[in-house]
Design a protein around this ligand. Structure first.
Ligand code: SF4
Length: 377
């Protein structure tokens, strides 16, 4: 969009380009891209209370800040967050903002925790349903903690939320949850699965952070992510949560971080061991390099050039895991749609290309482990 000639012409007539959204922080470090594409202002954070004054400045021809970081004080209260007026992308329904866990590498945790009331959620569901959307992805940093003021799920509130949603939509998924919340509430996850799983939906998905397999590193950078458990228990918490998710057809995309400033070789070895233990866990595991955010925003990025052999081994383990499970997951992913065969084939082809490239270019053998489920396409 930024490279369209129409945009370049409008720019000459005085158009201002203001960018926001969850990935906007990346542009702070891409100054050349920002200059080349004529971006006037980047807003990082929840913009409800600041976007008005920035737009006014733009319209009045005033000087815009190149990068506006929304402070915690400027975060909107529940009453200041407007409801959607048009259907949301992928049926996304926000049920809360903020997170109480305080991981050092995360900026979300710097903002206050707010859970939306049922009335607000219902209004947004209606907007989507009226537009013909028959599914919803509940969005919060930890959907299982909906309505809770602690790190333990509030059973009544979470069940009520799911019953409300199921009244409006046929299929339901979560944007995010946490290993600790899942591990702390196996019966609740089972009750939710009973509400969600039906002849219209045989599994549901979420994104979930593993981050590390090292209790020592967990203690240093994310002690509250482990609660109500102790950091020493972290690998066991992850494995317990994985078992609960498997039993209840909850299929997650898990994230890992390597290259944290505090990470040692021993931490990487422990993460590799944990990934080994998760090989039968139906999931995708996505390794990420550390990026300076949250309380660690003054640290340096971790780059590919800094990668050790151990970190490379960790990435290869994840690649093996993902290639194997992607083939299994994609079989049910598009089920029930007229285009399922076409898309499954295209995704299968994509995974095959990745597999071939890993073997031929990087000499990574990928079929070395046996699993309890066989991946056939
Ligand atoms: S649990 Fe997730 S959202 Fe909360 S602070 Fe940690 S990384 Fe951020």
């Amino acid at each position: 969009m930024l490279e369209k000639t129409e945009l370049a012409k409008a720019k000459k007539r005085g158009l201002k380009i203001i960018v926001g959204g969850p990935g906007a922080w990346q542009l702070r470090l891409r100054t050349k891209f920002v200059d080349d594409h004529g971006i006037d202002c980047i807003i990082d954070g929840e913009a409800e209370k600041v976007v008005g004054k920035i737009f006014r400045t733009a319209v009045e021809g005033g000087e815009l800040p190149k990068f506006y970081e929304v402070s915690a004080k400027e975060s909107p209260s529940l009453d200041e967050i407007p409801e959607i007026r048009n259907p949301s992308i992928n049926g996304l329904i926000e049920v809360g903002r903020g997170c109480c866990r305080g991981c050092q590498f995360c900026s979300v945790t710097l903002r206050p925790l707010r859970w939306y009331p049922y009335e607000k959620i219902e209004k947004e569901l209606k907007v989507n349903v009226d537009a013909g959307i028959k599914y919803a992805i509940l969005h919060a940093e930890d959907v299982l903690l909906y309505g809770s003021k602690t790190v333990l799920p509030d059973r009544e509130k979470v069940l009520k939320l799911h019953m409300l949603c199921k009244h409006y939509v046929e299929a339901l998924s979560w944007s995010h949850t946490s290993m600790a919340a899942v591990a702390s509430a196996p019966e609740l996850v089972e009750e939710i699965a009973e509400l969600i799983i039906s002849d219209k939906q045989e599994w549901w998905g979420t994104e979930i952070g593993i981050e590390t397999g090292s209790p020592e590193l967990a203690k240093k950078v994310m002690p509250a992510k482990v609660r109500p458990f102790k950091p020493e228990q972290w690998p066991e918490v992850v494995k317990t949560a994985a078992g609960i998710m498997t039993d209840n057809n909850l299929v997650p995309a898990c994230t890992l971080i390597t290259g944290l400033p505090q990470e040692t070789e021993d931490d990487v070895i422990k993460t590799i061991e944990l990934i080994d233990d998760l090989k039968d866990f139906k999931s995708l595991i996505v390794p990420l390099f550390f990026v300076p955010l949250g309380k660690l925003k003054d640290k340096d990025w971790f780059t590919m050039e800094q990668m050790s052999n151990l970190q490379m081994e960790l990435l290869i383990k994840c690649l093996r895991h993902d290639i194997y499970w992607a083939k299994v997951i994609m079989k049910s992913y598009f089920q029930g749609t007229w285009y399922s065969r076409i898309l499954s084939f295209l995704y299968w082809l994509f995974v095959k290309i990745v597999e071939r490239k890993a073997k031929s270019v990087y000499n990574i053998p990928l079929k070395t482990e046996t699993h309890s489920v066989e991946a056939k396409t």
